[in-house]
Design a protein around this ligand. Structure first.
Ligand code: HEC
Length: 259
């Protein structure tokens, strides 16, 4: 009898805690109107270019982008910088090359074929510089997290004072959307963190939207081509359906008239 009580007590406790965990996971993510969603979705070129600027000026000091080369910045379907612009962007970075004839590594300006330079030499160095937490590589982050772009957008805007009674260690920040509400990244975006040319106001919401759009492109560089393909496939199926329908009508009309 005692055991039954114990078991049911434990079950209730278990249910209560799992329920709580579920409730915690259900924080509604912030939403914004993404231009790339939906069947006809395309990237907003301006947003991609601004997003690249935010990534380079703010995020790149901690987060690497190891799958991207500078030449990708001028490819179709991306930010579509001109080749000259992409060359100038590449050349603004110092790349380690070598070894030369003396067996030494040397620094040179970046070229289109170079991969994005990494902020840290290795994972340990990155962790040491960030209170033990590793800033994840950003190449495919938008695809790697459940919630995707909405999650990234929300984390960037989700910094708050911790609720009363919650104390945080040094280097740990309260974020409404991060799992467990603790994040070892200080708030990266504040109004005016970057200066946009072209008159777009650099509010933190705008920068969060732009950089997240850029991260969506790096994670899925062929999104526009895929959407176009999907649209063509549907168009093809519609036309095929109409053709099949009328040929069926025709065939049956002959049979019906013979009966
Ligand atoms: C000073 C270094 C630093 C900068 C600058 C920085 N981050 Fe981070 N970021 C981190 C670290 C460290 C983590 C890991 C935090 C953790 O695990 O608690 C992180 C985590 C994240 C996460 C959560 C990833 C996950 O695992 O779910 C996102 C999203 C993110 N950063 C986006 C950005 C964006 C976008 C920028 C630029 C606007 C940026 N970060 C700038 C250090 C930084």
């Amino acid at each position: 009898m005692k055991n039954i009580f114990k078991i049911s007590y434990l079950t209730i406790l278990l249910l209560a805690t799992t329920h709580q965990v579920k409730a915690e996971e259900k924080v509604e993510l912030l939403k914004t109107d993404w231009s790339f969603k939906g069947l006809f979705g395309t990237f907003d070129r301006g947003s991609l270019q601004r997003g690249y600027q935010v990534y380079t000026e703010v995020c790149a000091s901690c987060h690497s982008m190891k799958y991207l080369s500078y030449r990708n910045l001028s490819e179709k379907g991306g930010p579509e910088f001109s080749i000259e612009q992409a060359k100038a962007i590449a050349a603004s970075f110092e790349v380690t090359d070598g070894p030369n004839e003396d067996g030494e590594m040397f620094q040179r300006p970046g070229k289109l074929s170079d991969k994005f330079v990494m902020p840290y030499g290795n994972v340990k160095e990155a962790q040491a510089a960030n209170g033990g937490a590793y800033p994840p590589d950003m190449s495919v982050l938008a695809k790697a997290r459940s919630g995707g772009v909405d999650y990234i957008y929300s984390v960037l805007l989700g910094y708050e004072d911790p609720p009363s009674g919650v104390t945080l260690d040094d280097g740990v920040y309260y974020n409404k959307y991060m799992y467990g509400n603790n994040i070892k990244m200080s708030q990266p975006l504040y109004d005016g963190s970057v200066e946009y040319s072209g008159g777009t106001e650099a509010t933190k919401e705008q920068m969060a939207k732009d950089v997240t759009t850029f991260l969506m492109w790096t994670a899925e560089p062929h999104l526009e081509a895929r959407h176009k393909m999907g649209f063509k496939a549907i168009l093809y199926l519609i036309i095929l359906t109409i053709l099949v329908y009328f040929s069926m009508k025709k065939i049956w009309s002959r049979i019906e008239s013979e009966v």
